[in-house]
Structures are given as C-alpha cells and as structure tokens.
Design a protein around this ligand. Structure first.
Ligand SMILES: *[C@@H]1O[C@H](CO)[C@@H](O)[C@H](O)[C@H]1NC(C)=O
Ligand SMILES: *[C@@H]1O[C@H](CO)[C@@H](O)[C@H](O)[C@H]1NC(C)=O
Length: 287
C-alpha cells in the first residue's frame, strides 16, 4: 500500500489517517457506485472529479475485462450491482479503485442453475489514458466442462452459418434477437467487451448498443473469423460510436481482436495503442 498525500486517499498502514471531517466525503464517494450521474465531460473539479469518475468506471471496466479474459461466449456476464467500492490517488497521481461487484448472466438460460457471486477487482487508471489495468477474481460461474460444451455448441452453430452478410441489425428495430442469431450476437458481445475495456478512460464508459452489420464471415479454417460493425453507447456524451471489429475465435483459445472506431481520434486517444494504463496483453500484439 502506497502512502498518499491527497486529502481523499484511503487509510493505509503508512499513509496519513483521514481526519474526521473528510470521512463523510470518502464514504459518499465510496457509496456512489456505478449508477451515479457522470459529471459533464471536460468539467474538471480536481481530485474529487477524478475520484468519483474512478468509482463510476471501475466496475463496468472490470466486467468488460472479465468477459474478455474468460473468452467464452457462453459465460458472458453483465453487471448487476456494486455493493462496495473505494477509490484513492497514489503518490504517483495514479487513480486506484478497489471494487466488489455482483454480476448476472448476459444470456440467462431457462431451467439451468447459474451461480452468481461477488467478484473483487483492483483497478488502476492513469489520468487521461485508456485501458485501465485490472486484476479481477471471481468464483467460477459455470462449471468448466459445461462451459466448454456450450462454447462448442455455439461454435458448431456458427460454423454452419453460410454467409450471414444480410444481417442488418441485432437486436432488430423492435429490440428482438432471433434465437438463430443469438450465438453471433454473443460472439460480437465478447469481441466488443475487449474494445470497451480498452476504450474506457476516467471520462468515458461504453455499452454495446447493437450490431449493425457483418462485413465478412470466414469459416474455411478451424477458427471463426468475423468482421463486423457495432454501435457503442458512450455514457458521458450519450454518443453512439461506430466501431469495426475483427475477431478470430476458436473455443478454448484466447480471443484475438482488432478494431477501429473511425471519427474518434482525440489527442488522448492518439496515444492509445502506445500507452494505456495497462500494458496491452501480449498474445494480441502479434495479431
Ligand atoms: C485493495 O485491494 C488489495 C487486494 O485485495 C489490498 O491489498 C489493498 O490493501 C486494498 N486497498 C485498499 C485501500 O483497501
Ligand atoms: C495486479 O496484480 C499484480 C501482481 O500481483 C500487481 O503487480 C499489479 O500491481 C496489480 N494491478 C492492480 C491494478 O492492482
């Protein structure tokens, strides 16, 4: 635990103890959780703004990262609630969060028992950088063998799809997802989780809104090679960001993802590929 000099830092073994008048503020920040209304982008009120942003972004970013790391379209999770979170600033002016969150299945299956449970995550944000560093530990939500079986069924289903290029939108304009398209939607969600984790900064947080088109669908080798466009909803600006995503998936193998979100070039993001808060996962860099 680093000692800290900021007035809102958490108590640590060597850090200064928070003085009594600051405690309510620390608690307030800790209780705000993921549902708090984001401050307007660009309005910086010093450390407090960053601390409350750290809390807002922490659990959603941890869930995106978790989905990507598990790499299984049958084990996708979404955030249910955040019973506890805490943010502080280190002496290196890095923004840390410890968060406990509860997830639920993205795709609940009738009649099958789904374990839920609390996950714990530690996150680190460098002020203006995307891609927070995340350590997350969760119970195993579905039994490994069942997850492998379900992934394989998804894989078989997707392998049989001939050329789903006429997919216009998932969900459709009524919000409906045809069951035959569900595996494709799940795989698109998995790839988008990586993109959403990578793009998360203290000022921006994303949610997958829809898959708007499949550009390419190749299954001539073992893997599924899928090139598609999604709309990501960004919370602070309420913008819909189109991103083109290319992914390669084979059950049990690490997911490979490449993406491009045109029109989103801000000076902050120009550094995205070089420098994020976290080091890019090495298995992706040679893709
Ligand atoms: C955050 O979590 C880590 C890992 O559990 C722990 O070592 C650390 O003390 C926690 N920090 C705070 C401020 O609670
Ligand atoms: C994650 O864990 C590693 C190894 O224990 C540690 O070096 C790293 O600082 C941790 N990252 C965060 C964000 O807590």
């Amino acid at each position: 635990m680093q000692s800290c000099q900021q007035p809102l830092c958490a108590p640590g073994p060597r850090g200064p103890r928070p003085v009594a008048p600051l405690l309510p503020l620390l608690l307030l920040l800790a209780l705000q959780g993921a549902g708090a209304a984001p401050a307007p982008p660009g309005v910086f009120q010093g450390n407090r703004w960053f601390l409350s942003q750290t809390l807002n972004q922490a659990a959603p970013a941890a869930v995106h990262f978790l989905n990507f790391r598990v790499g299984s379209p049958s084990a996708l999770r979404v955030l249910s609630h955040v019973p506890w979170s805490l943010a502080w600033i280190s002496v290196k002016k890095e923004y840390h969060a410890n968060v406990t969150f509860v997830t639920k299945p993205f795709n609940p299956k009738d009649g099958k028992e789904e374990r839920s449970g609390k996950c714990n995550a530690q996150l680190l944000f460098k002020k203006h950088k995307p891609r927070p560093a995340v350590n997350v530990t969760c119970p195993q939500f579905i039994e490994k063998s069942r997850q492998q079986q379900e992934d394989y069924l998804i894989y078989k289903h997707l392998k049989q799809l001939k050329n789903p290029l006429d997919v216009v939108s998932i969900p459709d304009s009524q919000g409906y997802i045809d069951p035959s398209l569900r595996p494709m939607w799940d795989l698109a969600f998995l790839g988008s989780s990586y993109v959403m984790w990578e793009k998360t900064t203290l000022g921006s947080r994303y949610q997958l809104a829809r898959l708007t088109g499949v550009k390419q669908w190749k299954t001539d080798n073992d893997a599924i090679d899928f090139d598609y466009t999604v709309l990501l909803h960004e919370f602070s600006t309420q913008e819909m960001i189109p991103c083109r995503i290319h992914l390669v998936w084979y059950p049990g193998k690490p997911l490979k993802v490449k993406y491009h979100c045109p029109g989103q070039q801000t000076p902050d993001e120009a550094s995205e590929t070089e420098e994020g808060s976290a080091v890019a996962p090495t298995e992706l860099s040679n893709f």
